[in-house]
Design a protein around this ligand. Structure first.
Ligand SMILES: C[S@@+](CC[C@H](N)C(=O)[O-])C[C@H]1O[C@@H](n2cnc3c(N)ncnc32)[C@H](O)[C@@H]1O
Length: 239
């Protein structure tokens, strides 16, 4: 699995929202910006700002890749539950597809609120409300949700994002679902998506069942009958 390609694909889904939210949060005049759970740098390498950029992640391998994709960023190997920065030391602290993966999302958001003035969670999905059409593809969604659970994620975290911000004492400015579906725009996107599905479902269902779903998916897409919608939420607030 090429994780950077996968993260770039997810980053493309949220680009319009990110552009809007970062502008509202004052990215152009910010001095210091931090991404918690920055992974391989798919978001950091896309930021257009004179601010000094910082990224933090638990995985040393991801940070090694991030160094290649976003060479100007200061990187820290650490845990988002205990951010190694002073109070209010960043103008903007954000995360993107992170909180569903952490042990205690409220603790991570509290830490983001402690070190940041503006706090943004840009994309947190709620797989419990996933929609797959045609109905024959419904099991695919159920298997993927189960796979996320087995990998340690909370697949429905997105539904409680706003409440988590509220509990962390953040003054919510805007929150809601990201508009628009994660449309597969190209054959390459579809191939990337299926590379993820095949890796995720290994050990959950047989290869034969996966290939059957893949064929159904391909046919439905060609006929314009495929819908895949995972409600995904954002929240932005001030401390
Ligand atoms: C789905 S990836 C998203 C990466 C990046 N934010 C993006 O959107 O491209 C989630 C990242 O969060 C990191 N992560 C998970 N738990 C973490 C924690 N407790 N503290 C810091 N990073 C964490 C993982 O190592 C991984 O790089």
């Amino acid at each position: 699995m090429n994780w950077h390609s996968r993260y770039l694909q997810q980053a493309a889904w949220t680009r319009d929202l990110r552009t809007y939210l970062f502008e509202q949060a004052g990215l152009k005049t910010a001095h210091r910006v931090l991404e918690v759970g920055c992974g391989t740098g798919a978001i950091l390498c896309d930021l257009n700002t004179p601010a000094s950029l910082h990224g933090l992640d638990l995985e040393a391998g991801s940070l090694d890749e991030c160094r290649v994709h976003a060479p100007a960023v200061s990187l820290t190997l650490s845990d988002g539950h205990f951010l190694p920065y002073p109070d209010r030391s960043f103008d903007i602290v954000y995360c993107h597809f992170l909180l569903l993966w952490v042990r205690d999302p409220l603790q991570v958001v509290r830490e983001m609120a402690r070190v940041g003035k503006s706090v943004l969670a840009l994309a947190e999905p709620d797989y419990s409300q996933r929609v797959d059409e045609p109905p024959a593809l419904k099991p695919l969604g159920e298997w993927q949700t189960e796979s996320l659970r087995r990998q340690g994620a909370n697949p429905s975290f997105g539904a409680t994002l706003a409440e988590t911000f509220y509990q962390a004492g953040i003054k919510l400015i805007e929150t809601g679902p990201i508009q628009g579906d994660a449309v597969m725009r190209s054959l390459q996107d579809w191939k990337n998506e299926w590379a993820v599905i095949e890796a995720d479902l290994e050990g959950i269902v047989t290869g034969e069942e996966i290939q059957k779903m893949k064929r159904l998916d391909e046919t439905a897409r060609k006929q314009g009958e495929r819908t895949l919608h995972v409600p995904t939420f954002f929240a932005w607030g001030m401390t």
